[in-house]
Write a protein that binds this ligand. Structure first.
Ligand code: SF4
Ligand code: SF4
Length: 427
């Protein structure tokens, strides 16, 4: 027999469990079975009751996929067009006033975003589904004041993000050479317009500062819903040159910090080293505490697949600030190598380098390569990301970097002095 006191205790415990569960942010992890994207996306949205966002009809909805460049979906660089199609079909059930797909691709060349829409297959999807598509650069511009800025107090973005009723973020899960991971938070960097993407790289060359800028940028659009494309992902040297991994996953949720944290856990990365997750949490954009995240659908451990890390990455070992800066800025400093057999002298790299560290060769002839100014370079990796012919490579020579640095020269001088003293003593 259970006593009356025990019953009261169990009832209070039950209520507490219920309340603490309801306080948690919900993230759904849904497996795509047999390439059935449609069923997986609908199920993942149902698990988090996303239909509650559409309590009334006639809402205008903005979809923000990742269309970094003109690449076919099989390369896993862009959000898969069938995922964009399914999100459109899901939204259509709620009789929206209009659906618009908008993006700024990685390059600022004239027509680059249009070409990316076409090459990714997302323009065809928009036309099939009879929804609008537009590069953000072709929308009206607005300067947004950032609330409680970490590093950016004003941001030039599209007026569209405040004109629509709902923004749905549709990022791709990939590794990222500069930021380690690109997923929910990083995807909203693509709302910047009029060359502000390369300018932001130029202004904040340090990983920590750039991560703070990403959190500020996310905060001005703050999508109400995110559907992560974890169907075909990239590991290694993403976001454009990594290896494709078929993860067959859809993640949904409302909290970008929780989503990116869960994405890290799934691919075996430590969320603490993805600085923009920390910056966004610091800014109050969500939680990175797994105890406050309710996982629906699949378990993290059942879909876990350790990803190869980007070769060039910011350091994450706990060193004193000065030493971390030294190792990150000097020892991990990469050199650009242009591959003459791949380079088509298309001009993308020198037209898009935010600090004009690349210039064309004197003669535009096959076999010649662009000229790189290592003193101007801020290592934003935009040139490698954007080269349409994969002709830009970064290499790190740790030993040369060390011995040509001030510390390396002092160390060499010290060793030489010791050796000379020893020789003198022995003589
Ligand atoms: S390195 Fe790539 S982006 Fe630069 S000119 Fe050559 S092909 Fe174009
Ligand atoms: S050379 Fe490449 S990595 Fe260096 S600043 Fe220019 S675009 Fe960025």
């Amino acid at each position: 027999m259970i006593s009356k006191d025990s019953k009261i205790f169990l009832f209070i415990l039950f209520l507490y469990t219920l309340m603490s569960k309801s306080e948690k942010t919900k993230i759904a992890i849904q497996k795509i079975q047999h390439d059935d994207i449609h069923t997986a996306v609908f199920k993942a949205l149902e698990l988090i009751h996303a239909k509650n966002l559409f309590k009334k009809p006639n809402l205008s909805v903005l979809l923000k996929p990742n269309i970094l460049m003109s690449k076919e979906p099989e390369g896993a660089v862009v959000t898969h067009p069938e995922i964009v199609r399914t999100v459109i079909q899901w939204v259509k059930q709620f009789e929206p006033k209009k659906i618009i797909i908008a993006e700024s691709s990685g390059t600022t060349n004239r027509g680059a975003t249009e070409r990316a829409f076409i090459g990714s297959g997302i323009k065809s999807v928009a036309e099939d589904e009879e929804v609008e598509w537009i590069p953000f650069d072709q929308t009206n511009r607005k300067i947004y004041q950032v609330k409680d800025p970490l590093i950016l107090d004003k941001i030039a973005s599209s007026q569209l993000i405040e004109e629509v009723d709902i923004i749905i973020n549709i990022p791709k899960l990939k590794t990222h050479s500069q930021c380690i991971l690109t997923c929910s938070i990083k995807n909203m960097f693509g709302t910047l317009i009029l060359g502000n993407k390369p300018k932001t790289h130029a202004k904040f060359p340090k990983y920590e500062d750039f991560s703070a800028a990403l959190a500020d940028i996310y905060s001005i659009s703050k999508p109400q819903l995110t559907v992560v494309d974890g169907y075909l992902c990239q590991e290694g040297n993403g976001p454009t040159r990594g290896d494709v991994v078929k993860m067959d996953l859809i993640l949904t949720g409302y909290d970008p910090v929780a989503l990116d944290t869960v994405a890290c856990e799934i691919i075996g990365f430590n969320p603490e080293e993805v600085l923009y997750i920390n910056k966004a949490a610091e800014k109050g954009l969500g939680t990175k505490n797994l105890d406050k995240i309710e996982i629906l659908g699949e378990n993290i451990k059942d879909v876990y697949r350790k990803f190869e890390r980007p070769k060039i990455k910011p350091i994450s070992v706990p060193l004193p600030r000065w030493l971390a800066d030294y190792v990150g800025d000097v020892i991990f400093r990469a050199s650009i190598k242009f591959n003459p057999s791949k380079c088509k002298l298309c001009s993308t790299c020198w037209e898009n380098c935010p600090v004009n560290a690349i210039s064309p060769p004197e003669i535009l002839r096959k076999g010649n390569i662009p000229i790189w100014d290592k003193n101007k370079c801020i290592f934003c990796y935009c040139c490698a990301e954007l080269c349409p012919h994969e002709a830009v490579d970064f290499r790190i020579n740790y030993i040369r970097n060390f011995f040509t640095s001030k510390l390396g020269i002092i160390f060499s001088a010290f060793i030489i002095t010791i050796v000379v003293i020893l020789i003198l003593i022995l003589l």
